[in-house]
Design a protein around this ligand. Structure first.
Ligand code: PRX
Length: 661
């Protein structure tokens, strides 16, 4: 939505948003989480978290809930021991729920598989035995480069069972991105597959691994799941088929209890530099908050609900709300391999109808895509099983929120807008579905047990109706324990801005509305959010300047009606900008180059060839001005530019469309 002066009206929409939707009395009466939780947590925060932790099985009880003496390195449930995989699998079998379906897996071509907790236990044990045979032990790292296949879940849980750390790398990342992650974590084993079905076609995956492992000295074995049966390259030195190694293993495996602070996984995420950060999560606190939030925010009733989180396993949402939270709670859930428009745009709703999905969790970008496809598509399906909807990954605009409620939630399902990050490990700010009167577009309040504030640059809490920076002012159980191999970067990135106050700086702007509810306003650093994926401007700039034709590059995230933000790059070519160099074929080659370096998700929407970039006298690129151009706005204040005519040239070039995609 654009006003006559070209300003985006989202902020104004937020200001005037005064619709609220209280839960129905029927929903409230049966809800897991009640208003008392806020009081309990307020009165005794650590006692509250101890109660949540007690929902898990501990082999040894902890003797201290929180040790914050070595801040910002937290220890939760000190002295406690548990096995995360046992908690997610075996204990449900032992409780008599082995016949309950854990995973309804739906392949894109329409094949499917229902996996009970009994079967999940056998598969995880076999995978754990296989990894042990391949030499994986406690503390070792395993890279998992798999799409949405059951084996991805088996592999993650097998690692957890052995006390090995998994590092799942999103299947959309390139060979180069995979290689740098394997090397940073020094992974011993890589688990992948031949290919995956996407958009109705088998797509090769293993080829990327083959390219990556040509320069990964730590890798001893590559374990390959067979999915598409397509031709693959084979290195007999380290490649092994999953079915050859895993299928013959014993389906019995005794889990060992690990310390509550034993590392569970590394997950790489983009920061403000070109090098991704390996976010480190540990066991007891992480699982406690994953299980608690999944039960309270999604109102899970494990014996009657069918839950579906549409995230990819390669992102933190897939880790916490497909694997650890739901399985710790004994949920039955759908996992879907493919794209939402294969074979047609009704696929998600066909799946909801087929399995009777009752809890559905997706991203605003997906909701906006569904809006674009039209409400007549979901209207063709029986969606009456849906009783709660969730969203995550970026701010949801009130229009999309209303559409979601109306056309997917039958006008009644509560919507939980959940704010959190790879670093927070689990949901931090969200309505409680049976308690909160929901407001379209606002994540509203920190969950019971969580403390968050909106503060000014000095760290003072701002008043209602005012904006500032989002901070987390008290430690929480699922918080990251560091950046893999880089304690200094951990301290600098998250803890230095408000070092005096001891606040964690989230990197997000936020505001309080007149009633004190929190509205997230997007990143305040150089991180873009494209379809809910975090990509740093620097990462894309580094990829561009790595190309032989590029001298300099500046990248901005421009608002995009579907993807939230789109990547727009401004590049200066080497050795002049002759027209034959700056045409479509040159910019297309650059877009492909970025896809190759990082992955298709980082492909710029638009590349503009320019002869200068707007810089301050000290040489800092003024991205704000480039964003004005990319969003077709009147260019703002140029007085601090070293050469104020630069923006005129760029704007003129943009208008003539000469360097457009
Ligand atoms: O900017 C916030 C946005 O996504 C960032 C975290 O990205 P990532 O670590 O990839 O994790 C995404 C899934 C948890 C945040 O810093 N974000 C996430 N959820 C929301 C959000 N922005 C607004 N509203 C949300 N509900």
């Amino acid at each position: 939505m654009t006003q006559p002066d070209g300003q985006n009206t989202t902020l104004d929409n937020l200001l005037s948003e005064n619709r609220t939707f209280a839960p129905s009395s029927e929903f409230a009466a049966q809800a897991n989480a009640t208003a008392e939780l806020y009081q309990q947590a307020e009165q005794d925060r650590e006692g509250f978290w101890a109660t949540q932790a007690a929902r898990l099985h501990w082999d040894t009880e902890w003797n201290q809930v929180l040790d914050w003496s070595d801040a910002p390195f937290a220890k939760w449930f000190v002295g406690g021991k548990l096995n995360v995989a046992y908690n997610c699998v075996d204990r449900h079998v032992e409780a008599g729920n082995g016949d309950r379906v854990a995973i309804y897996w739906e392949g894109e071509p329409g094949d499917s598989r229902a996996i009970t907790y009994n079967e999940l236990q056998r598969e995880v044990c076999k995978a754990a035995n296989a990894l042990s045979e391949l030499g994986v032990g406690t503390g070792d790292r395993v890279a998992i480069y798999l799409p949405m296949l059951p084996e991805a879940v088996f592999s993650m849980l097998a690692c957890a069972r052995l006390g090995a750390l998994h590092s799942v790398v999103f299947g959309g990342f390139s060979a180069e991105a995979l290689r740098s992650r394997i090397n940073d974590a020094e992974a011993k084993v890589v688990i992948t597959c031949d290919g995956q079905y996407r958009r109705g076609k088998p797509m090769a995956l293993k080829a990327n691994v083959d390219e990556a492992v040509t320069a990964t000295p730590s890798v001893e074995h590559v374990l390959v799941v067979q999915r598409t049966e397509q031709e693959v390259g084979w290195n007999s030195g380290h490649d092994k088929w999953w079915h050859d190694v895993v299928d013959r293993q014993s389906d019995q495996h005794t889990p060992e209890a690990f310390d509550s602070e034993h590392p569970l996984y590394i997950l790489y995420t983009s920061g403000t530099t070109g090098k991704p950060k390996g976010i480190l999560h540990t066991s007891g606190g992480y699982l406690t908050q994953a299980a608690y939030t999944h039960q309270a925010v999604f109102d899970l009733k494990p014996d009657s609900d069918v839950y579906w989180c549409t995230a990819d396993i390669g992102w933190v949402t897939g880790h916490t709300y497909i694997v650890y939270g739901p399985l710790a709670n004994g949920a039955s859930q759908v996992i879907y391999e493919g794209t939402p428009n294969t074979p047609d745009e009704g696929r998600h709703w066909a799946i909801v109808q087929k399995y009777g999905v009752s809890l559905y969790y997706t991203a605003p970008t997906t909701i906006r895509t569904f809006m674009k496809w039209g409400s007549d598509i979901p209207a063709q399906y029986d969606l009456s099983s849906l009783r709660l909807l969730g969203t995550v990954g970026e701010p949801i605009n009130p229009e999309a929120w209303m559409w979601y409620r109306e056309h997917i939630g039958n006008g009644t399902a509560p919507i939980v807008d959940t704010w959190w990050q790879t670093e927070t490990g689990a949901i931090m700010i969200s309505p409680l579905p049976g308690v909160t009167a929901a407001k379209p577009g606002s994540a509203q309040q920190p969950l019971p047990g969580i403390s968050a504030k909106v503060v000014d640059e000095e760290g003072n809490q701002v008043g209602n109706g005012q904006g500032g920076l989002l901070v987390l002012d008290k430690p929480w159980p699922a918080m990251l324990r560091g950046i893999w191999g880089d304690d200094q970067r951990f301290k600098e990135t998250y803890w230095s801005k408000f070092a005096e106050q001891g606040f964690y700086f989230a990197g997000d702007g936020a505001k309080y509305d007149e009633s004190g509810d929190i509205w997230l306003l997007g990143r305040v650093d150089d991180v873009m959010n494209v379809s809910g994926h975090r990509i740093s401007t620097t990462e894309v700039e580094s990829a561009l300047v790595a190309h032989s034709t590029v001298a300099e590059a500046a990248v901005v995230g421009a608002s995009d009606a579907t993807t939230g933000q789109g990547i727009v790059a401004f590049v200066i070519l080497r050795g002049g900008t002759g027209s034959e160099d700056s045409g479509d074929s040159a910019t297309n080659a650059l877009r492909d180059h970025v896809a190759h370096e990082i992955g298709p998700i980082a492909k710029p929407r638009q590349i503009m060839v320019v002869s200068e970039l707007p810089k301050t006298r000290s040489g800092k690129i003024m991205r704000r001005l480039l964003r004005d151009v990319a969003e077709n706005r009147e260019v703002g204040d140029v007085s601090t530019l070293a050469d104020s005519s630069v923006m005129d040239q760029i704007s003129a070039g943009m208008k003539s469309g000469s360097a457009d995609e």
